[in-house]
Design a protein around this ligand. Structure first.
Ligand SMILES: [Fe+2]
Length: 353
């Protein structure tokens, strides 16, 4: 059976602590060249939502470091493709989300999402509308650091006191063998002492006209390697995306979308949640930029990854398996990284035979 048709599997939890990627991989321009080719050009990238393209002739632009994509629902009637050198790329609309795959290979998004499609379907994200302009920030960190941070919940009690006051702790979600990870966060019964957080907790049950009681008081977070997250809340959803700008610079994009028929209470919840998202985003920026500065100091060593950080460990394994040079404790001699990686790949292939 080919990897395209094989159904995604849920991976068992880890039994041992895992090893993190070596520090040099977080500041290497040469490695980023390989990562861009192996991860970003070969994976699905979220470029927007159907509601961003309401009529024929509308278009979006999506910049992925060296490449740009222009998703459009219909052909451009007034653009000469031969002149612009536009190339068609593989595109898929999954429950309203528009994704492109520049390499064009690999399984469809709907296939990859198979085991959790029911969870997404419960939100009917197809009919949503954009909430304002996307938040776009430049973070001074390697893209993997922002992605490590997004995937683990270990830092919530220290890094995000607001989330810690509102949500029941959830150390680990469910990880599929195709790099998709999802987790459910239940709202705490105990009310936060901060008025706006308490108000959100009090209001959250009001969305039960759209959700069954088991889904009305929770947040669902889906992370998709190498760089995308979708968070479904009862009153909106948010897309999170990390895009490399350089070895120690990343673009962070946050797009939020709303269901069309909000009640007054849901609108109030949405306003509170948007403010909380901004607060959490600022806290994450501070956290990862501080760690990135540590990458450059000689005294900093990556510690073992705890069992609760299994999604980070699995992501690091995925990096090591795809780009074996990332296993090396020290970086290869300048200018030799690509050749060294090819050598390691060839020796791994001959060992496997
Ligand atoms: Fe965070």
């Amino acid at each position: 059976m080919s990897s395209k048709s094989r159904s995604p599997r849920i991976l068992p939890g880890l039994e041992r602590t895992g090893e993190a990627l070596p520090l040099w991989t977080y500041a290497s321009a040469e490695l980023l060249e390989l990562e861009y080719r192996e991860f970003f050009l070969k994976s699905w990238q979220m470029v927007g939502h159907e509601c961003d393209l309401p009529k024929a002739g509308d278009f979006l632009t999506f910049d992925l470091w060296r490449d740009s994509v222009i998703p459009t629902p219909k052909n451009f009637p007034d653009i000469d493709r031969s002149e612009l050198g536009l190339q068609e790329v593989r595109m898929e609309i999954y429950r309203g989300h528009i994704l492109v795959n520049l390499d064009g290979d690999g399984p469809a998004v709907s296939h990859m999402m198979g085991p959790i499609d029911g969870e997404v379907a419960a939100y009917s994200p197809e009919g949503y509308e954009p909430i304002g302009e996307p938040t776009v920030q430049v973070w001074d960190c390697n893209w993997k650091l922002a992605w490590d941070n997004y995937q683990e919940n270990y830092h919530i009690p220290i890094g995000h006191p607001c989330l810690h006051r509102m949500l029941v702790e959830n150390d680990e979600g469910v990880t599929l063998d195709n790099g998709i990870n999802f987790g459910v966060f239940e709202m705490k019964e105990k009310l936060s002492k901060v008025p706006r957080e308490r108000r959100y907790q009090e209001l959250i049950g009001c969305t039960d006209r759209r959700f069954s009681p088991d889904k009305a008081r929770r947040w669902l977070q889906i992370a998709m390697n190498p760089n995308m997250g979708i968070e479904y809340y009862p009153e909106m959803f948010a897309l999170f995306q990390v895009l490399p700008l350089g070895p120690e610079k990343s673009l962070i994009k946050l797009n939020c979308y709303s269901p069309p028929d909000l009640s007054d209470e849901e609108r109030e919840m949405q306003g509170i949640n948007l403010a909380i998202l901004d607060e959490v985003n600022d806290q994450d920026k501070l956290l990862v930029e501080r760690i990135q500065r540590g990458v450059r100091t000689s005294g900093y060593r990556p510690g073992p990854l705890a069992l609760e950080e299994s999604s980070v460990y699995r992501f690091h394994e995925y990096v090591r398996e795809t780009i074996p040079v990332a296993r090396l404790r020290e970086p290869p001699i300048r200018g030799m990284l690509e050749r060294e990686n090819a050598r390691l790949q060839a020796s791994a292939a001959s060992e496997a035979q």
